[in-house]
Design a protein around this ligand. Structure first.
Ligand code: BDR
Ligand code: CA
Length: 312
């Protein structure tokens, strides 16, 4: 199985991503590192453990990572995810442990311990932990197989400012360093995730898939409210599960290898993913920037895998 580390700020969509990963035999989750993002670190750390316990996997090592971006103060998104980050259904407080090691040290140690080119990082929150690990241990950069991240936008532009997507906006300095690191990147931007909108039929099917499915349906109900009010469309974008889905079934997605740079300074555009879709810059491609997803097949994959988890 493909070894991965999930770096996350749960978040209902992060939660579904973690469930999908834990339900998929193609993937071996070596650990989950929490980062501050949608809500502050104590809550993302709690939520990561809530999700592992929900999946029946209290054995998954969960680590506390960075509690603030590399520069500046933390921006959160309780308006989208609720006060806990995982609003929508009451779940038991987790009892599984938080590992003693810092999440950044776990990332470094794991990349040094595993054979080079065998561990993929899957950041689905701000890129703080990944950039911190690369700063502290530059030797690990060349050992990363690839980074598959949810973040950024091109045609769909921003969801937190007109120019910036949340994960990049929260820590643009970290994002800039990761995009410039030379690691092979796969980027799942809003352009893709806004085509992965839940629909009623899917939510109700999910609700019928045992306990885990019912929880996913309740999270989706909550998550959906924001999008309906904000964008006027039915359904919630399942941003982060797309990153996991790419690892399982890359054929569901299409995109282009292009150059992507991160704006860290702009007066109006801080956190923008400057995506050279038309290749006008002459800069070498550093990312497979996805553009589209076959949404029906994606949702079938989710029902199939998470359903099995619910019945297990
Ligand atoms: C991203 O921001 C968070 O709110 C979601 O969990 C997702 O990772 C979407 O912009
Ligand atoms: Ca997230």
């Amino acid at each position: 199985a493909q070894k991965i580390i999930i770096d996350t700020d749960p978040g209902q969509d992060d939660a579904v991503a973690i469930l999908l990963a834990l339900a998929s035999p193609e993937l071996q989750v070596l650990g989950v590192t929490a980062v501050a993002g949608n809500v502050p670190l104590p809550l993302t750390l709690r939520n990561a453990r809530v999700v592992c316990e929900l999946a029946g996997r209290p054995d998954v090592p969960v680590f506390a990572g960075c509690d603030a971006p590399l520069e500046g103060t933390l921006v959160t998104a309780e308006n989208v995810h609720g006060a806990t980050g995982l609003d929508g259904v009451a779940l038991p407080e987790p009892t599984m442990p938080v590992q003693d090691r810092h999440g950044v040290d776990f990332i470094i140690d794991t990349l040094r311990a595993e054979p080079p080119g065998t561990v993929t990082l899957v950041p689905i929150g701000p890129l703080t932990n990944i950039a911190a690990a690369f700063r502290r241990a530059p030797d690990i950069v060349a050992r990363v197989q690839r980074i598959v991240l949810m973040g950024g936008a091109y045609f769909e532009v921003g969801n937190v400012t007109p120019a910036a997507e949340f994960n990049i906006y929260v820590d643009p300095v970290a994002a800039a360093e990761v995009f410039a690191s030379g690691v092979d990147l796969v980027v799942v931007p809003l352009d893709v995730t806004h085509r992965a909108l839940t629909n009623r039929a899917w939510v109700e099917t999910m609700r019928g898939q045992g306990r885990v499915g019912a929880v996913v349906a309740s999270w989706t109900d909550f998550f959906e409210r924001y999008d309906r009010a904000k964008y006027g469309h039915e359904g919630a974008p399942l941003h982060d599960p797309c990153a996991i889905a790419w690892l399982i079934a890359p054929d569901l997605f299409s995109g282009r290898r292009i150059n992507v740079e991160i704006e860290t300074e702009g007066r109006w555009t801080r956190g923008m993913t400057v995506a050279d879709w038309w290749g006008v810059s002459g800069r070498a491609p550093n990312a497979l920037f996805l553009r589209d997803v076959r949404a029906e097949a994606l949702f079938a994959l989710l029902t199939d895998r998470i359903g099995a988890l619910g019945r297990a």
